[in-house]
Design a protein around this ligand. Structure first.
Ligand code: FAD
Length: 305
C-alpha cells in the first residue's frame, strides 16, 4: 500500500496534520501506538474551544472529525522502523509493511520520572510541568518548583513567574548545585523561599501532595510541585539518527519543518522546548501545509496527480 504521507503519532500534532493533509486530498495513514504524554492529566487547558477537555475526549473528537475525510486512515499501530528515501519510504508497522512518499513525525517526547520517592505517583495530579496548563486551578495554593542542576538556568525565571499565580512559592532542588548570589537575592526580594538540600521524598495524603522531605530533615509544606524532568525521544526517532539541536530536540527547518533526512518532517513536542497542545497542533498544520506544497508540485510535474 502506497500512501502520500505516513504520520507517526496521533496526539495534537499528528491529528492536526492529518486534518490539513486530508483536506488537501492526500492519501494519509496516521499511526498511533497509544501512550500519551499527558496521560496522567485530568484535563487539557490553554487550548481555545478545548479548555477543560479530558485528553481522551480531545483525541476522540480529533479522530471523529477525521472520519469526514475518506482519504485519511487512522490506525492504532506502532511504527517500528522507517527505511528508504524521499519519495519511497518503507514503513514497518506492528501490523505489516506500507510505503510512503513522505513521513511526518509527531511522536512527542517521553518524560522521565525523577528518582524521588512519590514522584511517579504524583506526576500529573500534584506535579505539573506547565503553569499555563494547570496554574489557574491551583492559584494561591502552596507552590514549589523543583530545580535541577541540569536545568539551573530556568530556576530564577520559573520561580519568579510562579509568583504570578501564588504568593506562597518555594524553590526546592533535586540535586546539589551552586546557586548564584544574584538568584538568591532576587528570590528573597520576591518573597520566595529557597531550600538547597535535595528532596528525598514527597509526602502525600489521599493522593494529594502535602510536603517534601529534604535530605537535611527539613519538611517543606506544599500543595503543588512544578518540575521539568529530563525528556527523551521515542526509540524510532533515536534510531533514525536525525540531527538534534543543542537541547536534544529534533532539528527542523523553521519554515519547512523538514528534518536532516530529506522527506522526513517533524512537528510538535519532539522539536521544541516550547511544548503545549495548541503549539503542537500548529506545528502539525504547518508541517502538513509545507509538505503538501512540495509533494503536490512534485506529483504535478511528474504527471502523477
Ligand atoms: C501531565 C501533563 C499535562 C499536560 N497538560 C497540558 C495542558 O493542559 N495543555 C497543554 O497545552 N499541554 C499540556 N501538556 C503538554 C501536551 O500534552 C503536549 O505538548 C502535547 O501532547 C504534544 O503533542 P504532540 O502531538 O507533539 O505529542 P503527544 O501528544 O505526546 O503525542 C505523540 C503520540 O505519538 C505516539 N507515538 C510515539 N512513537 C510512536 C511510534 N513509533 N508509532 C506510533 N505512534 C507513536 C505516542 O503514542 C503518542 O500518542 C501536558 C503534558 C503533561 C506531561
Amino acid at each position: 500500500m502506497l500512501y502520500d504521507v505516513v504520520i507517526v503519532g496521533g496526539g495534537p500534532g499528528g491529528l492536526s496534520a492529518a486534518l490539513a493533509l486530508g483536506r488537501a486530498r492526500k492519501r494519509v495513514l496516521l499511526c498511533d501506538s497509544g501512550a500519551r504524554r499527558n496521560a496522567a492529566a485530568v484535563h487539557i487547558h490553554n487550548f481555545v474551544t478545548r479548555d477543560g477537555t479530558p485528553p481522551e475526549e480531545f483525541r476522540r473528537i480529533g479522530r471523529e472529525q477525521l472520519r469526514t475525510y475518506s482519504n485519511v486512515e487512522v490506525s492504532d499501530v506502532r511504527v517500528e522502523s522507517i527505511t528508504g528515501e524521499r519519495g519511497a519510504f518503507r514503513v514497518e508497522l506492528s501490523s505489516g509493511l506500507v510505503e510512503a512518499r513522505r513521513i511526518l513525525l509527531c511522536t512527542g517526547m517521553i518524560d522521565e520520572r525523577l528518582p524521588i520517592e512519590g514522584f511517579r505517583e504524583l506526576w500529573g495530579t500534584s506535579i505539573f510541568q506547565c503553569p499555563y496548563c494547570h496554574g489557574w486551578e491551583v492559584q494561591d495554593r502552596r507552590w514549589a518548583y523543583l530545580a535541577r542542576a541540569a536545568d539551573a538556568s530556568h530556576l530564577m525565571p520559573f520561580a519568579l513567574q510562579a509568583r504570578g499565580w501564588s504568593r506562597d512559592v518555594s524553590v526546592v532542588v533535586a540535586d546539589v548545585f551552586d546557586i548564584p548570589q544574584e538568584t538568591r537575592d532576587r528570590l528573597k526580594a520576591a518573597g520566595i523561599r529557597l531550600e538547597t538540600s535535595p528532596v528525598e521524598r514527597l509526602v502525600a495524603r489521599d493522593g494529594r501532595l502535602e510536603a517534601a522531605l529534604l535530605s537535611d530533615g527539613t519538611t517543606v509544606p506544599m500543595d503543588v510541585l512544578f518540575a521539568h524532568p529530563p525528556q527523551r525521544h521515542v526509540d524510532l526517532v533515536t534510531r533514525l539518527g536525525l540531527a538534534l539541536d543543542e537541547a536534544g530536540f529534533v532539528q527542523v527547518d523553521p519554515m519547512k519543518r523538514e528534518t536532516s533526512l530529506p522527506g522526513i518532517y517533524a512537528g510538535g513536542d519532539l522539536t521544541t522546548r516550547m511544548q503545549g497542545a495548541v503549539m503542537a497542533s500548529a506545528a502539525g498544520v504547518q508541517a502538513a501545509a509545507v509538505l503538501n506544497v512540495e509533494l503536490t508540485m512534485e506529483l504535478a510535474s511528474s504527471g502523477k496527480l
